[in-house]
Design a binder for this molecule. Structure first.
Ligand code: MG
Length: 318
């Protein structure tokens, strides 16, 4: 089977057929209809085998995550995802691998009404590049740059689970079978907060998805907004599995490792009630972890300031 047969066989069978796609897979390029009164939001993420995921990760999980990380960026912009392209480099065209990869990718695409409109398949070290385009309407888009003094800072879901998931996968953390399955799932199948991002558009003043770790990503948000912030470590939302592991692993994973793909966002006081309503409607915890203000970003734990070292924050041992 050549490149075209493989694409035809594994990627053309998607169920999503969007009306705004004039020409999809199979031509030199795709043709889509841009919304008359909206804007397009474009993102791309590259995953390299052995760097961004352990080399032995299942192909269905890799396919899922390659799209999920892009959906998460679209979510952080408050946009609705629409069209994807896929650049796939494979050491050898293993049909079973491709079938599972495509099933993980296309099942998540279907859940978010994303149509795969094109791509490229080549030989080489395992590498997956996805480009995803989203649409924002009249409520506008979210960015990292709009936080203002006095805004409340929130994070969705729970943080640190993916970090512990990786420790479970590489054998450095022992937990119960049930907690292990949960934490591995959070690493391999992060849930992009697309509905949350859309609900926050027009309400949140700034947003970012947690891919590099909460401390780093909040730093990016505050830099872009040119604001400081005070954060409370004790307020961070941890899963029951993380809480059970906390005495051994400490807070560091929750603060400095990324890959959770939760949204961190700031909200003017006038919209705090909306955040509580959105949390109920989406059945998703949205936890207040601090406030925008001051001239730098400070973290406290039980009222004590944490000091920053070259290797990240210290004093997580409590
Ligand atoms: Mg991001």
């Amino acid at each position: 089977l050549d490149e075209f047969d493989l694409i035809d066989r594994f990627f053309r069978r998607q169920r999503v057929q969007r009306e705004d796609v004039a020409l999809g897979i199979g031509d030199d390029a795709a043709v889509v209809r841009a919304p008359a009164d909206g804007r397009l939001v474009v993102t791309t993420d590259v995953l390299v085998g052995g760097v961004h995921f352990p080399a032995h990760t299942g192909p269905s999980d890799i396919g899922y995550k390659a799209l999920a990380v892009n959906l998460s960026d679209i979510a952080a912009m408050g946009a609705s995802p629409a069209w994807a392209t896929l650049g796939l480099t494979l050491p050898d065209p293993d049909e079973s691998w491709l079938e599972h990869f495509a099933s993980g990718f296309l099942a998540l695409a279907e859940r978010h009404c994303v149509q795969l409109v094109g791509g490229d398949l080549t030989g080489g070290p395992l590498c997956i590049a996805v480009q995803l385009t989203g649409i924002v309407g009249t409520s506008g888009y979210l960015s990292r740059g709009g936080a203002r003094d006095g805004d409340e800072i929130y994070v969705s879901g729970t943080v640190g689970d993916a970090a512990l998931g990786l420790q479970v996968v590489d054998g450095t953390l022992r937990v119960s079978e049930q907690d292990g399955a949960y934490l591995r799932g959070r690493l391999n199948r992060p849930v992009p907060r697309v509905e949350l991002g859309r609900a926050l558009a027009g309400r949140a003043s700034a947003a970012i998805d947690v891919s590099d770790g909460l401390v780093a990503d909040l730093g990016h948000l505050c830099n872009s907004s040119r604001v400081g912030a005070s954060l409370e470590v004790d307020a961070l939302p941890l899963s029951p599995a993380y809480r059970r592991a906390l005495p051994g692993v400490g807070w560091e994973a929750a603060l400095t490792f990324g890959d959770d793909y939760e949204l961190c966002f700031t909200v003017p006081l006038g919209y705090v009630d909306d955040v509580e309503r959105i949390s109920r409607e989406l059945d998703l915890p949205l936890t207040r972890i601090g406030r925008v203000g001051g001239d730098k970003v400070t973290w406290t734990m039980e009222g004590e300031p944490l000091s920053l070292s070259e290797h990240g924050y210290q004093h997580f041992r409590k």
